[in-house]
Design a protein around this ligand. Structure first.
Ligand code: SF4
Length: 100
C-alpha cells in the first residue's frame, strides 16, 4: 500500500485525490491518509504530490514506518476525500522550506 507521511502535514495540497482511481484518500484538518484496504498500488499519487509526502510502504525509511499504522488508523476514523481542497494556509511557504 501507499502511505502519506510527514510532508503532507501543514500542506495538504490534495493533488493526490485527483489521480487516485479508487477513492483511497481520507482527510482531517492537518493532512490526508490512505486507506490500505482500498489502495491498489497503482502508484499514481506519489509523483502527483507537490511535497513528496507519499511513498509505498516498503520504501519508507525506518523512522517513517510508523506512518503505516497512522494511515490505517486515521483512514478508518476520517471521511473520504472525493475532491480537491484548497491547500492549508502557509502551504507554499512550507513547500519552499522543504526545497520543493
Ligand atoms: Fe490511490 Fe493509487 Fe495512490 Fe493507492 S497508489 S492511494 S490506489 S493513487
Amino acid at each position: 500500500t501507499y502511505v502519506v507521511t510527514d510532508n503532507c502535514k501543514g500542506c495538504r495540497y490534495t493533488e493526490c485525490v485527483t489521480v487516485c482511481p479508487v477513492e483511497c484518500f481520507h482527510v482531517d484538518a492537518a493532512m490526508t491518509y490512505i486507506d490500505p484496504e482500498n489502495c491498489i498500488d497503482c502508484g499514481g499519487c506519489a509523483p502527483a504530490c507537490p511535497v513528496g509526502a507519499i511513498a509505498p510502504d516498503y520504501r519508507l525509511p525506518a523512522h517513517q514506518k510508523f506512518w503505516i499504522d497512522v494511515n490505517r488508523k486515521r483512514a478508518a476514523e476520517t471521511p473520504v476525500l472525493t475532491a480537491r481542497l484548497p491547500p492549508l494556509p502557509g502551504a507554499d511557504d512550507r513547500r519552499q522550506a522543504l526545497g520543493r
